[in-house]
Design a binder for this molecule. Structure first.
Ligand code: NCD
Length: 305
């Protein structure tokens, strides 16, 4: 039985197979309509979510399966003091697969150790968010036709943004990828990530000003400042509008530079950019459903043929 804790849990070849399956689902959704009949997905979300939870549920429902779960720790027995280990032992009796989001880093891993069903990390604190990364990679592959030879800009809260951490680990495995990290000093990428890139000889630079680098990027991954992970309100208020991508800034970007964002957006991308053909963030949401359908089939070992 396999779980998904990090995008590195799949080899590059396995990811290719997963993306091929997702592409097939996109082209022929009818074929998959009843493939999960009788299967149940549990969504155990101890932290807020719109896209991740609902796209998992949509994925399962579109394949004929069913869903149960909770979207708020306060409505689960966590509020009575139940451990994640005991909760997943219980959920294992109710469902065939579980997607879990938790504010504590490593909580889905604890669940996986104690589970008799596959567990998917749907975001653990400021650590990892592997299924957003699968979504991001499928979007890039679908819109650019490849996952290699890119200059990738990541902008915003690189310290607490778990989607950023997972995406860097995943993209670092493809040839010819270099990174430009764009953040205020206080929200720089964690040392353990920059150190691992340095050790692997993967080129990266760290800058503060987006304007200085935007013209060199093949895609720009914007992120929200992660308010919920700040220790004080004052710092958040000072940093929240540090970057605002608007039409004027986009004039200096390449004609085919993609703009990605895991969403939700706050102020970091002006709505005037939404009509720009380079804005791919809402298309990303749709790819998130296909890739989660493919992931559920893969972890449940349901053969699409
Ligand atoms: C992200 C998350 O939860 O980390 N959202 C998502 O799942 N698409 C990004 C964010 O909340 O900023």
């Amino acid at each position: 039985m396999r779980h998904l804790m990090s995008p590195l849990d799949f080899t590059v070849d396995e990811l290719n197979e997963l993306f091929d399956l997702a592409a097939n689902i996109e082209q022929t959704p009818e074929t998959y309509k009843n493939i999960c009949n009788g299967k149940i997905l549990a969504t155990c979300f101890y932290e807020p979510s719109t896209r991740t939870r609902l796209s998992f549920e949509s994925a399962m429902l579109r394949m004929g399966g069913q869903c149960l779960g909770f979207s708020d720790a306060g409505s689960s027995s966590a509020s009575k003091g139940e451990s994640v280990a005991d909760t997943i032992r219980t959920i294992s009796c109710f469902a065939d697969i579980c997607a879990m989001r938790h504010h504590k880093e490593g909580a889905p891993m604890v669940a996986a150790y104690n589970s008799s069903i596959p567990v998917i990390n749907a975001g653990d604190g400021g650590h990892q968010h592997p299924t957003q990364t699968l979504t991001d990679l499928l979007t890039i592959r679908s819109l650019k036709g490849r996952l290699s030879h890119f200059t990738v800009g990541l902008c915003g809260d690189l310290k607490f943004g778990r989607t950023v951490h997972s995406l860097i680990h995943a993209l670092a495995r493809y040839p010819g990828v270099s990174f430009v990290f764009i953040s205020p000093e206080e929200l720089r990428i964690p040392d353990y990530i920059s150190e691992s890139l340095r050790l692997s000889g993967i080129p990266f630079e760290e800058v503060i000003r987006l304007d200085d680098v935007i013209g060199r990027l093949d895609f720009l991954y914007m992120t929200r400042v992660q308010k919920e992970r700040f220790f004080n309100e004052e710092d958040y208020v000072r940093l929240k509008d540090f970057y605002i991508l608007d039409r004027k800034k986009m004039q200096n970007a390449q004609e085919d530079m993609l703009i990605l964002h895991p969403l939700p957006r706050v102020n970091e991308i002006s709505t005037e950019v939404d009509d720009d053909p380079r804005a791919a963030y809402f298309r990303q949401v749709q790819y998130g459903v296909y890739v989660r359908m493919a992931l559920i089939l893969t972890l449940l070992e349901v053969n699409p043929c």
